[in-house]
Write a new protein. Sequence first.
Length: 277
Amino acid sequence: MATVVELICYPIKGCAGVSRSEALLTKAGLEHDRGFMVIGEDAACRTQRRDPQLALIRPAIDPHGTRLTLSAPGEDEVAIDIDTTSARREVTVFDTPYLGIDQGEDAAMWLSRFLGAPSRLVRVPPEHDRVTEGWIPGTCGYADSAAVHLLSRASLDGLNERIAGAGGAPLPMNRFRPGIVIGGWDEPHREDRVRRIAIGGAELGFAKHTTRCVVTTVDQSEGVKAGPEPLRTMAGYRRRPGGATLFGCQFSVTRAGKLAVGDEVDVIEWDGPPPEE
């Protein structure tokens, strides 16, 4: 039986994830997921592609969703009241324009000092109505392309077997920054064939396969790029025509609801016949 074995929310795009035992899945993804992002002087999002030390920034949101605390090695914590009403400003995510609400000077000074470059923190406005593309369209906050990134443990185990076979060290799941991790499937990449899925009180629809980038080479515990893996190994068996390397899947949320670790995973629709159990 397939079940949810991990739920991870990433309140600030590119920063550390927060593990949850249960969470509300909204139309835009796990509650608070990628609701904030760090921008530079050009108003473009900062990501681990150029700023791998973002991985060391740990955000925490209070139970009421009104206060955000930032912490990182060697830095004192800073806590701010989350602003949802101030003037909107223009921001970009990979050259696509959106709006954001600046979260003030305390957060900006803290981030600029830690990252060593002028930075500011912005939040998705309440009226944010981004439409994401895919097999089943949806919406999300400042995520790259869809509301939920789903990955199975079997897929990571299969990758790590290949890496170990070439003399490398296994990699942790956090290299791939999933939101929902599924256990109980014995076949790697079974998620590739899922088209509609029910978990807990929610339902999700397949949007697209996840294209992997250099962020997978960032050691999330150290905030530094750590060599060619897993891209080197994945290129040998997960590269599609045209060069993109795929690992995991993006899903839109078709029905919001509560999720919890241990929830059973019910695949409503497969691409092709259901796999034999």
